[in-house]
Design a protein. Sequence first.
Length: 103
Amino acid sequence: MHDTVKVLIYILIAIVVTNGIRVLPITLIRKPIKNKFIQSFLYYVPYVTLAVMTFPAIMEATQSPIAGLVALLLGIVAAYFGLGLFPVSIICCVAVFIIELFV
């Protein structure tokens, strides 16, 4: 097979899987979900997914892992106290900038 055909097959598989994940729940689940466990599980799935994708990048995107760790901790504290996404990201970026000046 040519490389172009392989790439097209991979793209087609990605399209089917991505759309399948989005369409199947809509077509299979018609009634509201009343189970508290499933509701809480579905509520936290986006947050867990984001955390799993973001955490390794936080530690590796900076010149020093210490800067990434401090920014992560400051971000957690700022979010805990109710700050929004933009202020938390500004705090983390400033923390990394300052720490990398000295490390």
